[in-house]
Design a protein around this ligand. Structure first.
Ligand code: NAD
Length: 369
């Protein structure tokens, strides 16, 4: 039995605690079955932390996050805190965690589960069996580049400036994550930029190719322009396995890929930092959805995005492939049994609550153990 994997759980606001409760049950299940024991700690984050301590993330919680092997994050925000000054808004907690943990690689899988194929706006034959990974560089590029700002010119008109900038080291570190992910998947990486019109894109392409040739020649590497990638994602998404791209293009392409699946309540994500000397990376796992104040407290939220984020944690932080596959299979089987929360409801299926979805998932895990 493996033990002492330090896990920090930050449920947050709105439906965050509701979906996280179901993940807790799975953590306890793994412990009960003597498969793995996590050393778990829980903290307040977002509006909940503001209400208790006047800040969306206390220094103590930040220190716990620095010491953790992985962080599982629910969601933050809600109408109660919308009027707060920008510096103490719930969302600032996530930005601080990303910044101080150096989380530069954002992983967003887009998986179409057969029972939910009707939720996609694309034809079933285009998306059936889809399982791709978008890897977005998260801390560089045009969202952070200098100079930036809005200036007023001598003639009274204004000029807005942002700078797209990448260095070799920023490209190489996200490239390594891409090739390593590729090796765990179908061994195919597509690197995406606009090398035809942007020098930063030209550098991106050259550095990816150099890294590939030096350290990852066993992985298939292709290059694609971002506009073509957007088109290919809706034309024939199954041609891809791992797509690696910069912050700006990744922002757009990951949302586009997510919507191939059609359901926000099913989308997990991970953000990874630099590897330390043991190969362990700082890592935060969270569902893509927000705190859903419209359904909070009603036992209606879909817990599966949070559950799939937990499965990503098993896979990427702890190399527990078999256990991650089990959680993924339990999610798949829960859907096969016709269990649906309101957001993924279809005719001929049963509308169930968050907790009943959790009950079913545990029963499916029992069958797989
Ligand atoms: P949202 O994702 O919270 O909700 C959008 C819609 O999807 C709502 O109708 C909601 O009911 C539904 N939905 C979302 N997740 C669901 C789930 N698991 N099960 C069933 N239905 C689900 O986005 P929003 O409404 O734009 O934002 C609400 C709050 O969440 C805001 O305060 C926003 O700032 C915050 N937010 C936080 C994060 C985060 O914590 N990472 C991300 C996005 C938004």
């Amino acid at each position: 039995m493996t033990s002492n994997k330090k896990l920090l759980i930050l449920p947050g606001d709105g439906i965050g605690p509701e979906v996280m409760r179901q993940v807790y049950r799975v953590v306890e299940w793994f412990d009960r079955k003597r498969i793995v024991r996590f050393d778990t700690a829980e903290g307040l984050v977002g509006g909940a932390a503001y209400d208790s301590a006047g800040t969306p993330l206390t220094d103590e919680t930040m220190a716990q996050a620095q010491a953790a092997d992985a962080i599982l994050f629910g969601a933050v925000g809600g109408p109660k805190w919308e009027k707060l000054p920008f510096a103490v808004r719930p969302e600032r907690a996530l930005l601080r965690l990303r910044k101080e943990l150096g989380l530069f690689a954002n992983l967003r899988p887009a998986i179409v589960f057969d029972p939910l194929i009707g939720a996609s706006t694309l034809k079933p034959e285009i998306v059936r069996g889809l399982d791709i990974m978008i890897l977005r560089e998260l801390t560089g590029g045009v969202y952070f580049g200098e100079p930036r700002g809005i200036e007023t010119r001598a003639d009274g008109t204004r000029r807005g400036v942002n700078t797209q900038v990448y260095t070799t080291s920023e490209i190489v570190r996200v490239g390594r994550v891409a090739f390593e992910l590729g090796r765990k998947r179908k061994n195919k990486v597509c690197s995406v930029e606009k090398a035809n019109v942007m020098e930063s894109g030209e550098l991106w392409r050259e550095e990816m190719q150099t890294l590939h040739d030096a350290d990852y020649p066993d992985v298939e590497l292709t290059h694609m322009y971002a506009d073509n990638c957007a088109m290919q994602l809706v034309r024939n998404p199954k041609q891809f396995d791992v797509i690696v791209t910069d912050n700006l293009f990744g922002d757009l392409l990951s949302d586009c890929a997510a919507m191939l699946t059609g359901s926000l309540g099913m989308l997990p994500s991970a953000s990874l930092g630099e590897a330390d000397s043991t190969g362990r990376r700082k890592a935060l796992y969270e569902p893509v959805h927000g705190s859903a104040p419209d359904i909070a407290g009603k036992d209606m939220a879909n817990p599966l995005a949070c559950m799939l984020s937990f499965a990503m944690m098993l896979r990427h932080s702890f190399d527990m492939t078999e256990q991650a596959d089990m959680v993924d299979a339990a999610v798949r089987n829960t859907l096969e049994r016709g269990m649906r929360t309101t957001d993924i409801m279809q005719t001929g299926t049963a509308r169930v609550s968050t907790s009943v979805m959790g009950d079913t998932l545990l029963r499916e895990l029992d069958k797989l153990a």
